[in-house]
Design a protein around this ligand. Structure first.
Ligand SMILES: C[S@@+](CC[C@H](N)C(=O)[O-])C[C@H]1O[C@@H](n2cnc3c(N)ncnc32)[C@H](O)[C@@H]1O
Length: 414
């Protein structure tokens, strides 16, 4: 629980100082730890606790669910948790980190890990090779063979879905450490300057999977909401039941190529191949190549009035930014339809700088929301402390330090 200081300090424009995310070590937030741009868990935690003070039963949605930060926080407070997420690897992490395991399952998995040396003797199943062009480039022959043996072993264990998902997520998490690619860089990259210390596959898996089990043991199987997926595309989805509260951290404009950052992990666990990688990339909001054939006039005009200078400097980037706000307008409409009459939508977002032009993303989103029938009912900021969640700003702008939280309330007349 956060102390009351946070819950009551949410006045308009407040700058809230949250604890360091290091305090979450050992919690389910560490499952799937390498997923890029994870949110600071204290933000949804504060919003959820505040909601739980005034509502007994409520349903929560995160339409850009990523690795499941909102769902982990909502699991014990809400009575239904819904998600939308385009990336299959993220959906697997979010599902695994919010699925409690029974005592029996936990014990079975600890036994599997105690015995994991056996995996070394298993012949790698060629059908389980990652289906990505040039995948061998990223691994030594030895690591590649060891990973394929381990994966074949895990698939042959006959575990149930929840058990299998947790081990598969741990397997995804060791891929970078067992590859030639640097650990620090978000996108896979092999340094020619430094010799990478490649981790031995089995001990690394055993270590990570034990940490995951330890984290998942903390979820109460009798009192934790599983995520119900409403679809893959945040710009076009429908909810069957009304939602009281939506909390999300959408992508930044032109900032992060998620699919490329996690392609090695995702290919190894089988959630992407060459074809699906392109498809997912094309659906990613803020993706540089995303352009819309037609955009409603008022959105185009709003963008010209807010950052028209970018159009003079760089037509293509202006197009990316306009497509982003058009996508966000569609997302706001989908969320609005899903919300109850007094439902609230919290968006956590930082500004972007494109070709030196500062774009106040949170303010433009709020203005679009007002046009669509929301009231802009609250606003605060916080400083990102640990750059585990670091978010590159697209071009030359350094890291994002401040995030803005916009609270929207569905307008009763909308
Ligand atoms: C900033 S991240 C969310 C991080 C998340 N809160 C967490 O802690 O892991 C944004 C997410 O939006 C997803 N995304 C991008 N475009 C999307 C779309 N069209 N529909 C659904 N999800 C999308 C990305 O794959 C990414 O996982």
């Amino acid at each position: 629980m956060l102390d009351r200081r946070f819950i009551s300090s949410q006045s308009w424009g407040a700058n809230i100082e949250f604890p360091s995310s290091r305090e979450l070590r050992g919690s389910p937030h560490y499952v799937g730890g390498r997923y890029p741009c994870r949110s600071v868990a204290f933000v949804p935690r504060m919003i959820l606790q505040k909601t739980a003070e005034v509502k007994r039963d409520f349903a929560v949605l995160d339409p850009f669910m990523g690795s499941g930060t909102t769902a982990i926080e909502a699991g014990t407070l809400a009575n239904a948790v819904y998600g939308v997420e385009v990336d299959a690897y993220a959906r697997l992490i979010a599902t695994a980190s919010t699925t409690p395991l029974s005592r029996q399952s936990i014990e079975r998995l600890y036994r599997v890990l105690d015995d994991i040396e056996k995996a070394g003797a298993v012949a790698g199943d060629p059908k389980l090779r990652p289906s990505l062009a040039n995948i061998e480039y990223w691994f030594t022959e030895q690591s590649f063979d060891e990973l394929l043996s381990l994966k074949s072993y895990l698939f042959g264990l006959g575990l149930d879905v929840a058990e299998h998902n947790l081990l598969l997520t741990a397997f995804g998490d060791i891929i970078r450490a067992c590859s030639k690619a640097e650990r620090q860089s978000l996108k896979p990259y092999i340094s020619t300057k430094y010799d990478k210390q490649i981790k031995p596959t089995i001990p690394e898996f055993q270590k990570v999977a034990r940490q995951y089990l330890n984290a998942i043991e903390k979820l109460d199987p009798t009192d934790f909401c599983a995520i119900e997926w409403l679809g893959h595309d945040a710009t076009a989805f429908e909810a069957e039941a009304p939602i009281d509260l939506a909390i999300t951290s959408p992508p930044y404009i032109n900032a992060m190529d998620y699919t490329r950052c996690i392609k090695l992990e995702s290919a190894w666990i089988g959630t992407c191949d060459d074809a699906s990688l392109q498809k997912t990339k094309s659906l990613q909001l803020g993706e540089a190549s995303r352009r819309h054939q037609s955009v409603e006039n008022w959105i185009d005009e709003l963008c010209r009035s807010k950052f028209g200078r970018l159009l003079e400097l760089d037509n293509a980037r202006f197009g990316t930014a306009v497509a982003y706000f058009d996508d966000m307008a569609k997302n706001l409409s989908s969320v609005q339809q899903a919300l109850t009459e007094d439902g609230k939508y919290y968006l956590i977002i930082g500004n972007s700088r494109l070709r030196g032009v500062e774009i106040e993303t949170h303010r433009i989103i709020a203005e679009i929301a007002i046009m669509l029938g929301f009231d802009w009912s609250g606003y605060f900021t916080y400083k990102i402390k640990d750059h585990r969640t670091s978010i590159p700003r697209g071009d030359r702008g350094g890291k994002i330090d401040i995030e803005h939280v916009v609270e929207l309330t569905k307008n009763k007349n909308s």
